[in-house]
Ligand binder design. Structure first.
Ligand code: DOR
Ligand code: ZN
Length: 344
């Protein structure tokens, strides 16, 4: 039987939520990943170091003692984030980045940035401290086609931002298009990108296969097959600018299977296995470990993990549902299979 042993990976983009939802899901991630960059889009959002420290404690209380899991905290950038907030964050050693949500772009982004130029003071301070800016790269204008929102964001916002702040570390999160891959490749070493399993494995036809598929709806939305192939190529290219970030985002089943459903795909249950399957299908398994366990850590200036995990090429069935507090969620590929399995 084929096996693969790699340095324990890190997830550089994860939604853990809070309260009973957090308690229900965090150990799926802790079983596979040593560290995760935890998104700050709670209600209310995590806007300062004090809130991040308290949230970190709540996360750690829910982690099973058999795991050595380290949450890497982020702050939610707003129009009002001050240089002082950035300074305290950088000096905490616990906050590793700030997240830029264009206001209205996605789940809990209503307090996000209305115009990136309003955040210049914070960006200057981040540049000085070497704190990365994590970007949800989509314009929100309703006259822009939903499939073009990432490409338009590059032209209108990201390219000028990189020009104005050349020394700012920027992670273009969950990239979905050929245009985004090209932009990252053409940019200097400060610009990197995370890639999700769904954007490597699915295209927009999967939103409509046999009927509307709400559990395949995430933001940025799935794109065309040509885009998926560009994302797959980037992830498996061995270029250190591209690294693992699941964007795993749990939502209760009834908030997705409804007349106006939420965006988010919950992949954390078998995330590393889904990536291994994608790399295996592309005959690039030899490139997996660097993508999952080295490039992201190097970008963030973190040591490589010492623990290892082993994966077995053996079909596993993904549960139809998983508990989420008093509710349930429907995970990525629910009721289907994955061709790899994490060995416990
Ligand atoms: O699909 C998504 N879900 N995209 C995001 O940007 C946010 C996330 C969430 O928090 O549910
Ligand atoms: Zn996200």
């Amino acid at each position: 039987m084929q096996t693969l042993t790699i340095t324990k990976p890190d997830d550089f983009h994860l939604h853990l939520r809070d309260g009973v939802a957090l308690a229900s899901i965090v150990n799926h991630t802790a079983a596979q990943f040593a560290r995760a960059i935890v998104m700050p889009n709670l209600k209310p959002p995590v806007v300062n170091t004090e809130m991040a420290l308290a949230y970190r404690d709540r996360i750690l209380k829910c982690v099973d003692e058999k795991y050595n899991f380290e949450p890497l905290m982020t702050l939610y950038l707003t129009d009002n984030t001050s240089a002082e907030v950035v300074k305290v964050a950088a000096e905490s050693g616990v906050v590793k980045a700030l997240k830029y949500y264009p206001a209205g772009a996605t789940t809990n982004s209503d307090q996000g940035v209305t115009d990136i130029r309003k955040t210049a003071v914070a960006l200057e301070a981040m540049m000085g401290k070497g704190l990365p800016l994590l970007v949800h790269g989509e314009v929100t204008d309703h006259d822009v086609d939903v499939f073009d929102r990432e490409a338009v964001f590059i032209d209108r916002v990201l390219a000028p931002l990189v020009q104005d702040f050349p020394d700012l570390k920027i992670v273009f999160e969950h990239i979905t298009t050929h245009a985004a891959v090209d932009f990252v490749l053409q940019s200097g070493g400060k610009v990197a990108a995370t890639i999700t399993p769904q954007h490597m494995l699915l295209n927009r036809n999967d939103l409509f296969k046999g009927g509307l598929q709400p559990h395949h709806y995430c933001l940025p939305v799935l794109k065309a097959e040509t885009d998926r192939l560009a994302i797959l190529d980037a992830a498996t290219s061995g270029n250190p600018k591209f690294f693992l970030g699941t964007d795993s985002a749990p939502h209760a089943r009834n908030t997705k299977e409804t007349s106006c459903g939420c965006a988010g795909i919950y992949s954390a249950y078998a995330a590393i296995e889904m990536y291994v399957e994608a790399f295996d299908k592309a005959s690039k398994l030899d490139r997996l470990e660097a993508f999952s366990s080295r490039y992201g850590a190097d970008y963030y200036g973190l040591p490589h993990n010492e623990e290892q995990i082993t994966l077995i090429k053996q079909t596993q069935t993904i549960p139809a549902t998983l508990p989420l507090g008093d509710n349930e969620l429907v995970p990525f590929r629910a009721g289907g299979t994955c061709s790899w399995q994490l060995k416990n």
